[in-house]
Design a protein around this ligand. Structure first.
Ligand code: SF4
Length: 383
């Protein structure tokens, strides 16, 4: 682990992810490192110990993200943890602070205190405004709780609000009608397709997520009409409200992840290192180094990952003419768009993103500098 320590010492700026793993109960689709318990004290002591292992490195911290789990559930530790970060790290003057909040927790005074004091960006775990869907998803809040939470945030003066939504839950769903009461309050929307993760209750019960093309296209159309920008496959924001912290993952900047199951990335230029914290609570509490394992990401793997994120964030990929023509022949202009800088996915093309990414990775395997080549901007006869 001393090798890892030396690499961390070379980093000058980071995004900081802090994991608050506690939840009231485990939702049936969730495979995050979660602990269903109120026995919090020992964990937060170890979390501070872990943070202090990095505090001498003098990083400039550009984003702080409290994720979970449910950070708003163990809200009494938010203020002390953030104070510890403020005292031991150098925060950028425009640092973005985000906290994941469950709607039912806006009744918690510790949380309200934290929100009033720091005015962070809030990521609200809405998932759906349909009571039937909330029940299927095992969520404890009601549509009324969501409206109340947004009103409280509004009163406190927090305008940088993300809402998480899950699609593919099943049944007929008029998603635009469903989210129209909340849209005026929010500056960012993350839309996730319900997936069956190994080991979850939904996986064991063989529940089928139903991706409805209409559900996805309806929400995209609605958000674009309401001045949101589709800037990553699952993420939409009003101009100027893109997530600073999430961009760090997508652009392979260094992110220090602390807490149970947290993942870190060290950017070393053309290569990198990914480190994984212990996922089991006992292992996390009983080991002074919280890193369970780490892996070097060689330049080929990193280049492939970067290509995937270029596609996911709708950036143009500059491919040689022959490959461009093959792609244009295979996909309709609704799926990929030819721009002056390269080929890029469209919002509709998200439905085919896996195929497009697989094709590009296939071409990259034979042509490693695929997206660094000159892009000929003249239109092909096929376009
Ligand atoms: S509240 Fe979030 S983190 Fe906790 S179990 Fe449910 S989905 Fe997982």
């Amino acid at each position: 682990m001393s090798e890892l320590k030396n690499l961390w010492a070379q980093v000058d700026r980071v995004g900081l992810y802090i994991h608050f793993p506690f939840c009231r109960r485990r939702c049936p689709y969730c495979d995050f490192p979660v602990v269903v318990s109120k026995d919090w004290r020992g964990y937060f002591k170890e979390l501070n110990n872990e943070l202090s292992q990095y505090s001498k490195n003098n990083y400039l911290v550009e984003s702080v993200y409290f994720g979970g789990g449910t950070p708003s559930y163990s809200a009494e530790y938010l203020d002390s943890t953030f104070q510890f970060v403020e005292k031991n790290f150098v925060l950028d003057s425009s640092v973005e602070i985000t906290i994941e909040v469950n709607p039912e927790d806006l009744k918690n005074q510790d949380l309200v205190f934290f929100l009033k004091k720091y005015k962070p960006r809030v990521s609200l775990g809405v998932q759906s405004l349909n009571p039937k869907h909330l029940k299927i998803l095992g969520r404890e809040h009601s549509p009324e709780d969501i409206m109340h939470a947004l009103e409280v945030l509004n009163l406190i003066g927090i305008s940088n609000i993300n809402v998480d939504l899950i699609i593919g839950v099943g049944g007929r769903r008029n998603i635009t009608k469903e989210i129209s009461p909340i849209i005026e309050f929010v500056s960012h929307v993350s839309v996730y397709l319900l997936t069956l993760e190994h080991g979850t209750h939904f996986y064991e019960s063989k529940r089928n997520p139903r991706i409805s093309e209409k559900e996805y296209l309806d929400i995209v159309e609605y958000l674009l009409e309401n001045n949101f920008i589709h800037y990553e496959i699952s993420n939409f924001s009003k101009p100027g409200f893109e997530s600073v912290h999430n961009r760090k993952y997508w652009e392979h900047n260094s992110v220090l992840g602390v807490g149970l199951g947290a993942v870190s990335f060290i950017n070393l230029g053309h290569t990198g290192v990914r480190a994984f914290n212990f996922k089991g609570l006992k292992d996390y509490l009983n080991n002074s180094s919280k890193t369970a394992l780490f892996e070097f990401i060689n330049s080929d793997t990193l280049a492939r990952e970067k290509l995937i994120f270029k596609v996911r964030t709708f950036k143009p990929v500059a491919v040689p003419n022959q490959i461009r023509n093959t792609l244009i022949k295979k996909y309709s202009p609704k799926v990929i768009e030819v721009t002056s800088l390269g080929i890029k996915l469209t919002s509709f093309g998200v439905l085919y993103s896996n195929e497009v990414i697989n094709d590009l990775l296939y071409f990259k395997a034979t042509l490693p500098n695929l997206d660094e080549l000159e892009f000929d901007t003249t239109r092909s006869s096929l376009s």
